[in-house]
Design a protein around this ligand. Sequence first.
Ligand code: DAH
Length: 348
Amino acid sequence: MIEQLKSIAEKALRDLESISTLESLEELRVAVLGKKGSLSEVLKGLGSVPAESRPAIGAAANEWKRKLEAALEARRTELEESRLSVQLEQERIDVTLPSRLAHSGSLHPITQTTRKIIQVFARLGFDVTTGPEIETEFLNFEAVNIPKDHPARDMQDTFFAGPGVVLRTHTSPVQMRSMREKGRWPVRILCPGAVYRCDDDATHSPMFHQIEGLWVDHGVKMSHLKGVLEFFAREIFGSDSKIRLRPSYFPFVEPGAEVDVSCFNCSGRGDDGCRVCRGSGWLEILGAGMVHPRLFEMAGFDKQAAYSGLTGFAFGLGVERIAMLLHRISDLRLMYQGDVRFLSQFRA
Ligand code: DAH
């Protein structure tokens, strides 16, 4: 019987050498070691062997089984490895191929311009504050010295959201909110945000963006306003920029001014046919002035203090206007159409 076991096992070991697939390896294992395999079949005859020879046969059978299992296992590992390496070879990835570029977005020109302006004023110590876009009619108008029925209301065609509630027509109410919240001075803030007016054409959109500035303290003068705005103009439009102030009227300031910056395209010369300034040499960029004392009163500042030298300046600018000037965009509506061909030109 031991001879029988030996010849089965040796044959199996020889067969193993010519096996080249995992499937036939499994077949061989079942044929020899399986429940009905040749080795098991032989061992079924163990019962008819004299009891004293059984241990030796058992030991020999176990020994062959162990050998065979080890050999099968080794062959299996080999076959698996070679199958894997064939697969790796077939599914080879060429890492030297140029990749397909992922489309990356970029910040909207309005956002880029807003951030740029904030950075300039941050260097002068202005803190960024924001207010709600749905505002009370009171804060949007009365509190910044535009009483009901005042003709100045006509300058800002208003969307009403409900009785006494408007979509803010400018960022000036944030001046009032900040002064009221803080309840004291100094106040030095910059308020960016969306504003709304019933307007719609190539240079006006029903929603646009403003940045409001406010600096309130004892001894703040018009010359400070000029200095701050000149610094801003140079940082944004170029170091040789100049500004000029033209007297103008805004209810929340006295005196008030419209502020122009020298044309960065023709260096302020007003060249015939300059496409940016149309030959005037100047570009209107914002409104500004010295804070009307009525606003301090409306803010609830102590009257005594308010009338003993508390002053301030304020300004308000349109972000779209500045972005359009800087990038020579001719139609405001391009800003809101989400056209990738337009937007992708503003990758930083
Ligand atoms: N709120 C004005 C507007 O929307 C802009 C403005 C002008 C703001 C003069 C100011 C200012 O703070 O002093 O037309």
